[in-house]
Ligand binder design. Sequence first.
Ligand SMILES: [Zn+2]
Length: 215
Amino acid sequence: MMVCNVLSIPLARSSAGSFAQMARSAVQATRGVQVPKVALDEPPLTIHTLGDAVLRTPAKRISKVDESVRDLARDMLRSMYSAHGIGLAAPQVGVHKQLLVIDLDPENAATPPMVLINPEIGSFGAAIETYEEGCLSIPGVYLNVVRPAAVEVTYRDEMGRPQRVKADGLLARCIQHEMDHLNGVLFVDRVTDELSLNEGLQEKGFQRADVHSIR
Ligand SMILES: [Zn+2]
């Protein structure tokens, strides 16, 4: 397992220790998007799979972060936990909005998930890394993908607050994979080992013609 090192820096600084801020924080905490980390018999959303055109449609920016966006994030989390995934992008459930949910600690109820709205890569690290990826939209297929090892990303959280994260390890990998979904790109498009790609897809009944190689 890779080491995951996350540094989260809120951009909007407030006066530390003020009672109003503490009260506001308490309200925000109760309004969060956390849902029980359990597999549901009937998850609220259907996850589309390779070959489905919705996965190839670019997502649009979210102009206002309101309760409907948080409801979508909650339903995406419920569906992600039900499928035993660690990340899910809105296009995977047929919604063309720039919204990602990520939880690298799905066994631990106390760890809050991440919600990334309108994410943008600020910079990539210089080092590149090869790591095996999978995808809830291509179940059972696991293949090596080369990506930058570290990224800096800006986004809005589920309360619309601007955030910036410097990530490496599994989080950097996961953010890049999920952000690809927002552009209609799937991890198999980035696989360079053609033989393994063909074998992996065939074994699980997927079509090579549905891969749009970009290497
Ligand atoms: Zn995926």
